[in-house]
Structure formats: structure tokens, C-alpha cells
Design a protein around this ligand. Structure first.
Ligand code: PXP
Length: 262
């Protein structure tokens, strides 16, 4: 939904309906394809508008230090032209804090970032990084930006998020998605335990990274999770079936898993 559509329909597009599990669509890899040729096509904003029409509750975009996919101008356009709330993924650096304060997205998710990694490899160390993270969380929160910390499903990291005053955590599901069989069950148990711990200590709990049609159901069934952020798989599937269909099928998989778990 664009801001113009929002005015026409009177809908805000901002809140999820009736407490259902929210889906944040990460559009980074639309920008990866765009940047492969240096021109404007395909436009991540067009993907965001399609995501809104397909049932996404939010848009997620990671402005990396090296600008390998999302670029500064994309963030400005996402904030001003797309009605869905923007979850701005960022490293805890002065540069990224300044950009967040300039654009004031709905939410900022602080992620660890290494220049040489292919993707965000592990969670943030909220325990060891307390002194570095505390002023970053405070500056974002003071600006009215909802702060989340992207952490491994480890209760100590969640307690550290509480100590930092972050209201939200996003649990890293990468390890769960990368393994199979008994190892996957173990990782799932860690995510379940962390999601229950998050609720017990008063944190809003999200999850994401590496989720696909095969892996989303068991995570969506965890009752204390309120949001999943999914990108790479959806953009890959869009090549074959189109973005709207890929998001629609993911939305259905999430809703069915939630309903079956009730
Ligand atoms: N959540 C966070 C914090 C991320 O960094 C990413 C990847 O940018 C995602 C979710 C989405 O992961 P994927 O693209 O593997 O679905």
C-alpha cells in the first residue's frame, strides 16, 4: 500500500489484524539484483508495494555499511512512499544512528555486521556489548523508534536486552534452518525456550533469518512470537512464481501453522 493508496482507502496499513503473527518482508535482495547492473531495475519500492498488497505487515531493509544491497536513497523512499511500517536493520554505528534519526523509521533492529560476511552470521552480543549498545538503544528510543536486538536464542542475551531497555528481540533462526533432523529439533527447542523466556521477561519477540516454506511452520506455531522477518527465500521464489504469490503462500503457511497450534 502506498501513502496515496492509504489516503484513498483510509487504511493505515500499520497494525497487524487481531494479533495475528505479523510478516515483515525483507526486500534487500531485490536491491541485490538491481545493483548487479547499476540501474534502477528492479526497484525495491515496487517490491514493497507488492508485499503490502500480498499481506505483509511491514517492510524490512538492511542498510549495510558497504551498501551492497539497500542504499541510502532507498531508505528515504521507503519511509516517505510506503505506508507499511519500516523495520530498519542497522549496525550499532554512529553513521547508522544518524541515518535512523534522520528518517525515523517505525522500528530499528540492531544487527551485528562484519564486512566480509555473506549475510548476518550470528546474533548480536548484547551481554558483552552492553556499554557500546546502551547509548545507541537510548538515542533511537528517545527519537520514538522501536528498538529490537537481533540475538541468538539464548536467555542470557534476552536478559541483556532487558537491561539495555530494548522492548523487542528478534531471535536468529539461521542455525535452525541450516541443519536437519535431530539437530534441527534441538535448535527449534532453543528457539521455543527463548521465545517463552522473552515473554516471561516482558520482551516482544520476533524471529527471522533463513526461513522458507519448509522451516516456517514450526516457528510460526510458537505462540509468543509476534513477528517473522523473511527475505531471501521469498525473493528467490519470486523468480519462479512472482513476489505476490510467494508472499501469499508464506502468509498462508504462517497462518495455518498458528491455527493448528491453537
Ligand atoms: N532478520 C534479520 C535481523 C536479518 O538480518 C535478516 C537478513 O537480512 C532477516 C531477518 C531475513 O533473513 P532472510 O533474508 O534469510 O530471510
Amino acid at each position: 500500500m502506498t501513502k496515496a493508496d492509504m489516503r484513498k482507502t483510509g487504511k493505515t496499513g500499520i497494525t497487524a489484524v487481531g494479533g495475528r503473527l505479523r510478516l515483515g518482508v525483507n526486500i534487500d535482495h531485490v536491491a541485490t539484483v538491481r545493483n548487479a547492473r547499476g540501474g534502477p531495475h528492479p526497484d525495491p519500492l515496487r517490491a514493497a508495494a507488492i508485499a503490502a498488497a500480498a499481506g505483509a505487515d511491514g517492510i524490512t531493509a538492511h542498510l549495510r555499511e558497504d551498501r551492497r544491497h539497500i542504499r541510502d536513497a532507498d531508505i528515504g523512499r521507503l519511509v516517505s512512499e510506503i505506508a507499511l511500517p519500516l523495520n530498519f536493520e542497522m549496525a550499532a554505528t554512529d553513521e547508522m544512528v544518524a541515518i535512523a534519526l534522520r528518517h525515523r523509521p517505525h522500528a530499528a533492529c540492531i544487527v551485528p555486521e562484519k564486512r566480509t560476511e555473506v549475510t548476518t552470521e550470528g546474533g548480536l552480543d548484547a551481554v558483552g556489548g552492553h556499554n557500546h549498545l546502551a547509548p545507541v538503544v537510548a538515542r533511537l528510543a528517545d527519537a520514538g523508534i522501536r528498538v529490537s536486538l537481533f540475538v541468538d536464542p539464548d536467555p542470557a542475551q534476552l536478559d541483556a536486552a532487558v537491561a539495555l531497555g530494548a522492548p523487542v528481540v528478534e531471535l536468529h533462526t539461521g542455525a535452525y534452518c541450516e541443519v536437519e533432523g535431530a539437530a534441527r529439533e534441538r535448535e527449534l527447542a532453543r528457539i521455543r525456550g527463548a521465545a517463552a523466556h522473552a515473554a516471561a521477561v516482558g520482551l516482544e519477540c520476533h524471529a527471522g533469518h533463513g526461513l522458507s516454506y519448509d522451516t516456517v511452520g514450526a516457528v510460526a506455531a510458537i505462540p509468543t512470537l509476534v513477528e517473522l522477518n523473511i527475505g531471501h527465500f521469498l525473493v528467490g521464489e519470486a523468480i519462479f512464481v512472482g513476489l505476490e504469490a510467494a508472499i501469499g503462500r508464506m502468509r498462508t503457511a504462517m497462518d495455518e501453522a498458528r491455527a493448528a497450534a491453537r
